[in-house]
Write a protein that binds this ligand. Sequence first.
Ligand SMILES: Cc1cc2nc3c(=O)[nH]c(=O)nc-3n(C[C@H](O)[C@H](O)[C@H](O)COP(=O)(O)O)c2cc1C
Length: 279
Amino acid sequence: MNAIDPPVTAQAQALAARYGTELTSRQLPWNDVIASLLNHRSVRGYVSDPVPPGTLEILVAAAQSAATSSNLQTWSVMEVTDPEKRKMLAEVASGQQHIIECPLFLVFVADLSRNARLGEAEGTTLEVLPYLDAFLVSSIDAAMAAQNAVIAAESLGLSTVYIGALRNNVTRVAELLELPSGAGAVFGLCVGYPKPESAGEVKPRLPQEVVLHRDRYSTAAEAAGRAAYDKRLEAFSRRNEMAAYTWTQRVIGRMAKLNALTGRDRMKAAFRALGFPLR
Ligand SMILES: Cc1cc2nc3c(=O)[nH]c(=O)nc-3n(C[C@H](O)[C@H](O)[C@H](O)COP(=O)(O)O)c2cc1C
């Protein structure tokens, strides 16, 4: 597809799905990669069909192709095939059944242990390892890698959903996956083909002017943008048979009370015990 001459209707449809109609009167750059990115949606119901042979290896190659802070490569990924382990991971994640049913389940790990082993083998203390920045670097590395895998999977016609709820109990996940000290799961990822009823539609996002700031941070567009988005997300929720939440209700529901963290309020202590001192 030619970036100079985008198919206006495909672009307009994709932008309308993501935002409503505000951006669609202008012609923007466009190609298959961007079309695929704008078409992203999380899927929470999978048929049992396996992913094609070689899918895992090419997703990991895509993941390893992501940028990585200072080329330190402080992340790992685990494929979980054992049905018992899947079941226990689903329990950690408040019973999310797609962890059990998806044909490919991955756990992305913030992993400083490999670099720690390198230090030990070389007889060198890696003084930065205990610091919060090293934990952030490894978590960011894992997220960038995973998102590359998601983009690759979607480009192959597969669907995905991240499973942040593994962090409900990072201690249990580390036990199940036999992680060494200095390695901790930051999220899982289901990959597979959607059940027809689970394919879903693109979930709208906040208007661009709410998240895009130029030279100085501005909240000028926020109130009107949030009100407009509340309406759009409520309609989306109703169409997709969820409780008809506005974004405002969703944020308050997820952030107003600590019990919404489902155990993650104890995560700092848990990660410390897993070998991330977070100094
Ligand atoms: C780090 C991360 C963790 C997530 N964890 C979960 C999860 O545990 N369960 C779930 O159903 N969705 C999870 N999601 C998916 C989000 O709910 C979803 O991306 C968001 O609602 C936007 O919807 P969309 O991906 O369909 O556009 C997670 C997403 C991210 C980025």
